[in-house]
Design a protein around this ligand. Sequence first.
Ligand SMILES: O=[N+]([O-])c1ccc(O[C@@H]2O[C@@H](CO)[C@H](O)[C@H]2O)cc1
Length: 762
Amino acid sequence: MATLLALACLALATNVYAIYPDCANGPLAYNTICDSSATPVDRATALVGLFTLEEKINNTGNTAPGVPRLGLPAYQWWQEALHGVAESPGVNFSGSGEFSYATSFPQPILMGAAFDDALINAVATVVSTEGRAFANNNHSGFDFWTPNINPFKDPRWGRGILLCQETPGEDPFHLQSYVYNLITGLQGGLDPEFKRVVATCKHYAAYDLENWMGNVRYGFDALVSVQDLSEFYTRSFQTCARDANVGAFMCSYNAVNGVPSCANSYLLQDILRGHWNWTNEDQWVTSDCDAIQNIYEPHYYAPTRAQTVADALNAGTDLDCGTYYPDFLGAAYNESLINVTTLDTSLIRLYASLVKLGYFDPIEDQPYGQLGWANVSTPEAEQLAYTAAVEGITLLKNDGTLPLSKEIKSIALIGPWANATTQMQGNYYGVAPYLISPLMAAEALNYTVYYSAGPGINDPTTPSYPAAFEVASQADAIIYAGGIDTTIEAEAMDRYTLDWPGVQPDFVDLLSQLGKPLVILQMGGGQIDDSCFVPNPNVNAIIWGGYPGQSGGAALMDIIVGNAAPAGRLPITQYPIDYVNQVPMTDMSLRPSATNPGRTYMWYTGTPIFEFGYGLHYTNFAAALSAPSASSYDIQSLVGACSGVAYLDLCPFESYTVNVTNTGSTYTSDYVSLLFVAGVHGPAPYPNKVLVAYDRLHGVEPLSSQTTTLNLTLGSLARRDEYGNTILYPGDYTLLLDVEPLSTQTFTLTGDPAVLDYWPQP
Ligand SMILES: O=[N+]([O-])c1ccc(O[C@@H]2O[C@@H](CO)[C@H](O)[C@H]2O)cc1
């Protein structure tokens, strides 16, 4: 909340909102910047060519004053839209009426649990349509600093818990697929002539620590092997840059192997622009907010402020979210630490991106120029927010109590999430058109509802018990809605424990002794160890609900009563509480060692409480994976057949058909096909298994079947060597359909290993 208040204050303080320049009658009217027939880079170059050095330097911060003498308006580059247009310095929700609210979707961690790429693309299309409508009407800028696509590696991560609410999960393949669909949805295509908005992949790279045991994100040095960098920490960013053509990147607060990310030319030049070919002239890098200042302190990487800004600009950070660039680039220039060409390159990237947004064109010539209030919070958008919540909600335990029997007429809704409203939006949220709490939804379903908040999330005391037990005693069934929220998991705040906080475990245990049907709603982004509830026969069901957004209560209650069927899958591992004692947060390695039990489902050597991909249904499914077309493949032949494919790792391997049958006779349900590969190939140690494809089938009716096709690439079978190279290795491969496999297939790759991608060495 402190962060959001700070953001809100910043918004009020800056009060800079986008407004189109006057290309018809203003001073720029006859400059090439206003010539729609010229290329974006020529237009931007012409504009920047008019700036004095001082004007150039003035416009290198997120709160850019523009150039009044040229009629170039001020522009605020900082807009947020993690799961809907959000409070941020450049976004202005008016108090009432038009542009006073926008659709608020679930947090990414819950949308990740849907494993539905089409859903993600549809959500991103709505978010950017609404964002563009805000921008067209001076309620926002045109670029948005979303998505947060850092893989969620450690369950303690404050933004993993909380960034875990901000990111779609722990699996790199899942993140890649998710972010591709998200970016193309946000920007309006792969490389459109006009972008709907510019999206920003953040935080590059290896950022997943907030504040743990004195290690603070602003000065943390993440020591990462090139193998882990290539295999885990940068995969989603590769997709952003190389495959989805994202318009912007954000470098992170932390350093990577001694060099702060925003001054890290290995990350920003060698990998991002060199290796991933992210070289369109309208693509730019912003720093995280005040991350340039952090290079000076607490990283203490450069001896002076002038050297600090020079290091960042020369490394390839084009924009400072902060004021160090505007304040100190002049000194850097005077000391010959930067040259004007570098400065111009950065400014041209920024203004070329505005050209591609139609910022300098007549509104009638732009595909998105007419978007307005009528396109915000439409009935279709509201329905999508509900659908996204339903699709992600994940059933972790059910002894048959769910869906609730029609005999149950009264419900006790108890717990700190029972009447959650704003809480359901998590963080980085805006003003929602409405917020449906579980309590409101239960009442709307015509139950007799008894409500008690019970002990707070982290409350160590018991005075609230009597009122709560009184309520519980009156009802036919009890729904306990608790877990964690942003008071426990937050930006700048990591967790030290995976326990259910406060007296919640004790309180729920007492509720379970009442002998009534008891359903637990485990809310929050990060997983907490449910092992105290799983074996308890009087805890009849557990549902994980994440942060489900504006329609979260309706989605949860509809699943509880059977109006909707759960089919979400955990996008992260639920570790046992002892995990936090086994590896420090600061250990960035993925593979198991004497001091690390391994991270993520791929490498964890312990027994999770619930594993990645886990999720129950109200019905039973049988699924059959089609056989490979051969039992053995020659690697050289596979690679040889890839001519014409831009990147070998994207070269198709096989397509598999999955035939899914709902063997139950009662409930229609979605089904997520998760396909993993395991086996002995490549360098030891070997991962437990690796996700290589997924898809979600919708509405599989009782006693009927649907089919889906899962496409594998050579890259999905490949592994990274110690230098980060992507290599296809000979060996045995086993395909596993689903978490507890419903179907398996095997094949062999023969011949010499083939390098699909050479990783740039530091
Ligand atoms: O000064 N503030 O109000 C402030 C607020 C949030 C904040 O966090 C950073 O700002 C976000 C910019 O998109 C990044 O995702 C996050 O790491 C950094 C600074």
